[in-house]
Design a protein around this ligand. Structure first.
Ligand code: LIP
Length: 254
């Protein structure tokens, strides 16, 4: 199954790159929120991924960012984000990814995040560890906030939703080595999994942004929770770390 998902993500990634090369202003639209962008490429690539899944697994449920939900009650369900990091994609900033996850009765079974412009393919299967381009990856050993490089995002600010990440950003920024905001939640999680970031937090995320990335992170030794340390993520906020910094990062949201 993981091979099927990897190949699908790579094929989708080729389409994302080809679409980016011929993208014009007419191909770009904003959603309900004017800062939330979508392109014809997001739609075409999601249709491609959906079509391939439906050809092979017609009974499976699907929830995609651009085309919504189908067969909700199915035992197996796919969560798809054809381009996580669409704003970066539009601007030619290479930090965007195709994210595909497979759930069985709600449990994340397999996940792939492919960054086509970076040539990085992250993958994991429940209980099988996580890989980057076929090589095993592991979270960092960082134990002190002052030595940490963290990632975050501002979807909540752009959507004008509470909690507002600007309430937490100054204090966290003063406590760590530095912060990055690169624009793809899926890739941020994979970079925590690979030990490049030590942690990541964000609000107002959607399940398709993070389903594959959380499995990859957990399989690489990391942990995820809501901002109170519980399991109500992403609804109650989303915190992901190498495990060693989790309690320290959660303390900023009290
Ligand atoms: C984006 C995320 C990003 C987050 C944005 C948005 P999209 O996904 O991955 O990190 O801050 O709010 O949700 O919309 O490009 O698929």
């Amino acid at each position: 199954m993981l091979e099927f998902i990897k190949q699908l993500a790579v094929e989708a990634g080729k389409r994302v790159l080809a679409g980016g090369a011929r993208l014009t202003a007419a191909d770009i639209r904003s959603k309900e929120n004017p800062a939330d962008m979508v392109t014809v490429v997001d739609r075409e690539v999601e249709a491609f991924i959906r079509g391939e899944i439906e050809k092979t697994y017609p009974a499976h449920g699907i929830y995609g960012e651009e085309t919504g939900r189908a067969r909700e009650g199915a035992e197996f369900r796919w969560l798809i984000d054809p381009i996580d990091g669409t704003t970066g994609f539009i601007h030619g900033f290479p930090y965007y990814s195709v994210s595909i996850a497979l759930l069985h009765r709600g449990r994340r079974e397999a996940g792939v995040v492919f960054a086509p412009a970076l040539g990085e393919l992250f993958a994991a299967e429940q209980g099988g560890g996580a890989t980057l381009n076929g090589r095993p990856i592991h979270v960092s050993n960082c134990t002190e906030m002052r030595n940490a490089l963290l990632a975050t995002g501002f979807g909540c600010v752009r959507a004008r939703r509470r909690p507002d990440n600007f309430d937490y950003l100054p204090e966290i920024t003063r406590s760590v080595q530095d912060i990055r905001r690169c624009g793809s939640a899926a890739l941020d999680l994979c970079n925590v999994a690979a030990g490049r970031f030590d942690g990541y937090w964000e609000f107002a995320l959607q399940p398709y942004d993070i389903a594959a990335g959380t499995l990859i992170l957990e399989e690489a030794g990391g942990i995820v929770s809501d901002i109170a340390g519980g399991g109500n993520w992403p609804e109650q906020g989303f915190v992901a770390t190498n495990g060693k910094l989790h309690r320290a990062l959660l303390a900023y949201f009290k």
